[in-house]
Design a protein around this ligand. Structure first.
Ligand code: HEM
Ligand SMILES: [Ca+2]
Ligand SMILES: [Mn+2]
Length: 392
């Protein structure tokens, strides 16, 4: 087992509760009465353009809730994500995990309660949550503009954002109706932390498909937006192959905690120590490799099990019966690019790292030519100065 301990997750927060909890409770009471039997007659929401079918949503619609939540989705898409799979989407997605994983089966912690937003200055200061404050700050104005609880806001924002990434699933979204105060979790090793939050090692690997659309801003203080795979703007299986490759270098400076050697360090790719370890640990290696099958493309499987794991994570610590299924208000995701995982150019000779593993890696195609250069922006531009906006 490789050292994980710096990544122990989840923490404590109690102060600052009363005011904010009051605010969300008012919204919660308004929503709590909205559960109802399914009725698939479509109705038009107060915004005049969106429709909803589920009875619960229809009834909430008449109370302006769906109108609010749909305009919320549009608001996020236009004003936060700019309809692209980029920086702000990654940060919202990461936040869905960090808000959920404080849950403890011992009863001492709670799950998707929005505490990251509610206890903003407390929780975002913990080392394992490094950088989370950016997504919290980005989402806070939306909490003020729309009728949702902080916990629902975080999961909703993650689900909406992910639809911009080609190949991503349309996640389940259940609107929460009540906040949970008093989280109290110890920092322990990842698999133990996940087990305590009622997630198996396999489910952790399923959730880690998220690292296909992810970059680091904090591990190496000298560089930001450092991708974990060569195709950071599509939701594909590439991350699961690249983390298996043999490696030789790091991007930026060396000796940073949390970073392992990368196969494409010089090209600006970072490998997380935790991904490196999980891809090789006997408890998780097989599941990791099964994300890329012998045809190089287990996109369908990956997306399905990621969606299921996210659905579970999104309601961690919550009573599903008290939640309203609002999945249909999220946008339909962009279709997958349908490209099998490939060895990035220049990495063919690195597959030997994986000898003894279950995958015959020799079957993967390797891109020809000079080493793959990783684009800095969703529009394919190589330098971040050429990205259309600073946030993408
Ligand atoms: C084993 C558990 C995990 C560990 C140790 C871990 C660790 C990390 C680290 C160290 C970073 C880089 C942060 C930075 O330097 O800015 C990161 C980024 C990210 N993580 Fe994870 N992660 C885990 C699980 C997850 C899960 C379950 C999700 C989502 C469901 C997730 C989504 C993301 C995303 C989207 C980013 C990119 C954020 C950005 O681009 O700004 N991670 N993760
Ligand atoms: Ca990718
Ligand atoms: Mn970032």
């Amino acid at each position: 087992m490789f050292p994980f301990q710096i990544f122990g997750l989840g923490f404590v927060g109690t102060a600052k509760m009363s005011i904010v909890v009051f605010k969300v409770t008012v919204a919660a009471i308004a929503l709590a009465t909205l559960n109802g039997a399914a009725n698939f007659k479509r109705v038009t929401c107060p915004d005049g353009k969106n429709t909803a079918s589920h009875e619960a949503i229809r009834r909430s619609c008449s109370r302006n809730f769906v109108g609010s939540i749909l305009s919320h989705s549009d608001d996020l898409q236009v004003n936060l994500y700019e309809n692209v799979c980029g920086e702000t989407v990654y940060e919202s997605l990461r936040l869905t995990f960090h808000d959920a994983i404080g849950f403890s089966t011992s009863g001492e912690g709670h799950g998707t309660d929005g505490s990251m937003v509610i206890f903003d200055s407390i929780e975002t200061a913990f080392a394992a949550n490094n950088g989370i404050d950016e997504s919290v700050d980005a989402l806070t104005p939306f909490l003020q503009r729309h009728k949702v609880t902080a916990g629902a806001l975080i999961q909703f924002a993650g689900a909406v954002g992910l639809t911009n990434c080609p190949g991503a699933p349309r996640l389940e979204f259940l609107a929460s109706t009540a906040p949970f105060p008093n989280r109290r979790i110890l920092s322990i090793k990842i698999l133990a932390r996940m087990a305590d939050a009622d997630f198996s090692p396999k489910e952790l690997i399923h959730l880690l498909a998220s690292h296909t659309v992810a970059r680091s801003d904090h591990i190496d203080p000298t560089i930001q937006q450092v991708p974990f795979n060569t195709i950071p703007f599509t939701f594909d299986t590439q991350i699961f192959l690249e983390v298996l490759l043999k490696c030789n270098s790091v991007p930026g400076t060396s000796g940073n905690i949390g970073e392992a050697l990368s196969p494409l360090g010089k090209e600006g790719e970072m490998r997380l120590q935790s991904d490196f370890a999980l891809a090789r640990d006997s408890r998780t290696a097989c599941e990791w490799q099964s994300m890329v099958d012998k045809f190089g493309n287990n996109q369908k499987l990956m997306v399905t099990i990621f969606k299921n794991a996210m659905a579970k994570m999104a309601v961690t610590g919550q009573d599903k019966k008290k939640l309203i299924d609002c999945s249909e208000v999220t946008p339909v995701p962009k279709p997958p690019v349908a490209k099998p995982a490939t060895f990035p150019a220049g990495t063919r000779n690195y597959y030997t790292e994986a000898i003894g593993m279950i995958l015959p890696l020799t079957i993967f195609k390797c891109l020809a030519g000079a080493p793959t250069h990783i684009p800095a922006c969703p529009n394919g531009a190589q330098n971040s100065a050429d990205c259309p906006t600073p946030r993408s």
